[in-house]
Ligand binder design. Structure first.
Ligand code: BV8
Ligand code: ZN
Length: 262
């Protein structure tokens, strides 16, 4: 039966202190305090009539390439304009301290941003790809692009078309994110599964637990009775399988957990 609390309890502090191999699954919520909207929040500007789920699909891109392309380039501008928050920093700090004593903290993220890395952490896998790299829809050749110049805090008034592929000349570019109904990168998913199977503590931070198959990863911990701790201001689809659910913002609670682990 999950134990919910708004602060770190003694038994969570004990788990954190004794953990040697930690696996952390993060979602959009860990970047919320940096100012990056979560996936379930309403869209604005050109995209206000759409949900993120409608836009993050091959069909949406084929149907209106400029609308979807601009959404990603604008989101990339926003991510570039914000900073990692104390939640990202806490995981980076904890990872370094565990590695210093031959332990490990594996970060598996659903996020397409680079805020974990910019906080100094190493990420084991980006299950849903990266917004920063691009490829041709036809020949799949990677393409180098200059950073987008949008104002990340002000949705653009009109959209721009995805550039043509310079290699094959007939495809257009797309971001290297995983769209709905697309397969996840196999290596990232396998590495994530292995890390969770060998962990002695699993954290689930800032995810609604709706999107599959990422949301099934914590079940690998439950099967082995590995302690499961959730950090989220709201209950989620995964709260019921947690041992502990810390009901608050990750920026505060992760910092408290890392403090307790010293
Ligand atoms: C797949 C990249 C196999 C793009 C994303 C029918 C047909 C086909 C597939 C399906 C189907 N029905 C279901 C599926 C499977 C589908 C799925 O799960 N759908 C859901 C909607 C039910 N999954 C897929 O399609 C996956 N592929 O299954 O392939 C296949 C192949 C062919 C046919 C069938 C199957 C691909 C899924 C990947 C999609 N791409 N992102 C982009 O970013 O634009 S997913 C996207 O949504 C994000 O990456 C993220 O992972 C996800 C949103 O989840 P969260 O991260 O949890 O974010 P969310 O906003 O939901 O929640 C934020 C949380 O933060 C909240 O709980 C909130 O309380 C909390 N929070 C807020 N503030 C804070 C906080 N927490 C802590 N601190 C705070 N301060
Ligand atoms: Zn091409």
């Amino acid at each position: 039966m999950v134990k919910e609390s708004e602060a770190i309890t003694d038994d969570v502090a004990e788990l954190v202190t004794s953990a040697h191999r930690v696996a952390v699954l993060t979602g959009a919520g860990i970047s919320a305090e940096s100012g990056v909207p979560t996936f379930r929040e309403a869209q604005t500007g050109l995209w206000e009539r759409f949900s993120a789920e409608d836009l993050a699909t091959v069909e949406a891109f084929e149907n209106d390439p400029a609308l979807v392309w601009t959404w990603y380039r604008w989101r990339q501008s926003l991510i570039q304009a914000v900073e990692p928050n104390p939640g990202h920093a806490a995981l980076a700090d904890w990872q370094a301290r565990l590695r210093a004593r031959q332990g490990e903290l594996s970060i598996i993220t659903q996020n397409v941003d680079d805020l974990h890395e910019r906080a100094g952490a190493e990420v084991l896998g980006h299950l849903h790809g990266s917004i920063f790299t691009h490829r041709c829809v036809d020949c799949a050749e990677p393409a180098e692009l200059p950073a987008p110049q949008y104002n990340g805090f002000e949705p653009p008034a009109e959209s721009e078309h995805p550039p043509p592929c310079a290699v094959c000349g007939h495809g257009v570019l797309r971001p290297n994110v995983v769209w709905f109904a697309e397969m996840l990168p196999a290596e990232a998913f396998e590495d994530a599964s292995a890390a969770i199977r060998s962990a002695d503590l699993v954290l689930v931070v800032g995810t609604s637990g709706i999107v599959q198959p990422a949301a099934s990863l914590p079940l690998l911990a439950m099967e082995r009775r590995t302690p499961l701790v959730e950090v989220n201001p709201e209950p989620t689809e995964l709260t019921e399988v947690m041992d502990y659910s810390l009901r608050g913002p990750s920026g505060t609670l992760l910092a408290q957990m890392v403090q307790a682990s010293r």
